[in-house]
Design a protein around this ligand. Structure first.
Ligand code: GRF
Length: 227
């Protein structure tokens, strides 16, 4: 059987890079039909740069502080992405808000992951917000990026319980484990050409397996264990 042509990814990241690592790994082991063509990082010295070296991925540092405004910075980032044949822009812990300058060059082709069940808990420290709010269920969202922060159409979400002793850090780790599962899967939907955007709703063409459990209930008060 002829191998599927690989989808070219350009990843934008600023920090630790555990999502970068999960995606690069999924590409390398053939779990997804994609290849990371370039990492663009805005912070010299960020740990994600070492991960790029480990995976043999080209990394380009574009320090945002060198640019007079967001538009010029985004123009420079988009130039690097284009120069490396990026077909899908993957924001993975990128700490800059992207503008139309970049979005217009990759229409419906910029995705982000946020550590909450959007539209709840947008912005910084989503996990801490969920704990403080007393939410019982939290999670992660992969979404398309539009002009508003943490707002574009939703591709995939994963839910986790918030446990009584959780703080922002323990919840962050529980959510992060799910991020590493769902981000590669969301990218694979693009690789398979199955993503159709219909207003706010994303339609996934072809067959989609229904979730194994009907609902996550937390706490399972008065529950027989069946869900
Ligand atoms: C993740 O929690 C992601 O949801 C958010 O930024 C964090 C990045 O973590 N957008 P890492 O750098 O991928 O480890």
């Amino acid at each position: 059987m002829r191998a599927r042509k690989k989808l070219g990814l350009g990843i934008l990241a600023s920090g630790t890079g555990s999502n970068f690592d999960a995606i690069a790994r999924a590409c390398a082991n053939g779990e997804i039909d994609a290849e990371v063509r370039v990492l663009v990082c805005n912070r010299p010295g960020a740990a994600v740069l070492e991960k790029a070296t480990v995976h043999g991925v080209k990394a380009v540092v574009v320090p945002h502080a060198r640019y007079p405004d967001r538009r010029e910075f985004d123009g420079a980032v988009a130039d690097v992405l284009h120069a490396h044949d990026t077909e899908l822009v993957v924001m993975a812990g990128f700490d800059r808000v992207v503008t139309g300058q970049l979005l217009s060059r990759f229409p419906q082709r910029v995705v982000n992951i946020h550590p909450s069940l959007l539209p709840a808990f947008k912005g910084l420290d989503a996990q801490g917000q969920a704990v403080e709010y007393g939410a019982r269920i939290a999670g992660a969202t992969v979404h398309l990026v539009d002009d508003d922060v943490d707002h574009g159409p939703i591709l995939v979400q994963a839910a986790v319980p918030v446990l009584p002793d959780d703080d922002a850090e323990t919840l962050r780790l529980r959510i992060l484990a799910q991020e590493h599962r769902i981000y590669p899967r969301a990218i694979q939907l693009f690789a398979e050409g199955r993503v159709r955007v219909d207003g706010r709703r994303v339609r996934i063409t072809g067959s989609v397996a229904p979730p194994k459990t009907a609902a996550l209930v937390n706490p399972q008060v008065g529950d027989t264990g069946e869900n």
